[in-house]
Ligand binder design. Sequence first.
Ligand SMILES: N[C@@H](CCC(=O)N[C@@H](CS)C(=O)NCC(=O)O)C(=O)O
Length: 191
Amino acid sequence: METARADTPHCYEAVDILQPRSERSAFFRENARYDEVPLVIYRGKPLVQSNAILLHLAEKLQLLQGGTDKDGPERAQVAEWLMWEQSRLGFSLPNLRFERKFRTGCDPAVLAWLEARLRGDLDVLNNHLGQSTGGFIVGNSLSIADCSLAGYLYWLSDAGLKIADWPAVEAWLTRLSELEHWQHPDDLMRA
Ligand SMILES: N[C@@H](CCC(=O)N[C@@H](CS)C(=O)NCC(=O)O)C(=O)O
């Protein structure tokens, strides 16, 4: 049983997403509404869509919601970054990484399009972090916005890019990795 950053007991199970969807376990197919990972079973209920999962857990566990005031501006900013993650970084990076690391034969024009999009996303994040004084995505404390945006970035090199080209992003990832209970995604997801 692991606890990790939220100090919450949990178990992890790997799902082979290189397997066709129809061949994944019956349990996974029954619970993962869109046949995608991540799937979290929390108190017996299936939760899917990474940022919906983060919002739900943050509320239930009263953790990492952003700021200390539930009516403060930080909560709205956390929600904005979660939405941005879904339409931008959470699209460009996983798809480019998948095509470069796990699959070959993708049309080079598609790879170039994904890479340009990812570079633009990293520029946005780098500008934001370079201008923010708090050291985190929103304000001066860790929130689910950091968790959402940072996860895949520890695998940026798999997508063929160098994190050092975005120094404010690199410094922020290092800061997160120095927090108590932090683990690299490869270690967290070792079943
Ligand atoms: N918007 C979803 C995206 C989930 C997603 O794209 N999952 C990928 C892995 S990163 C997946 O399950 N791919 C396997 C498949 O679609 O069959 C989220 O944030 O949870």
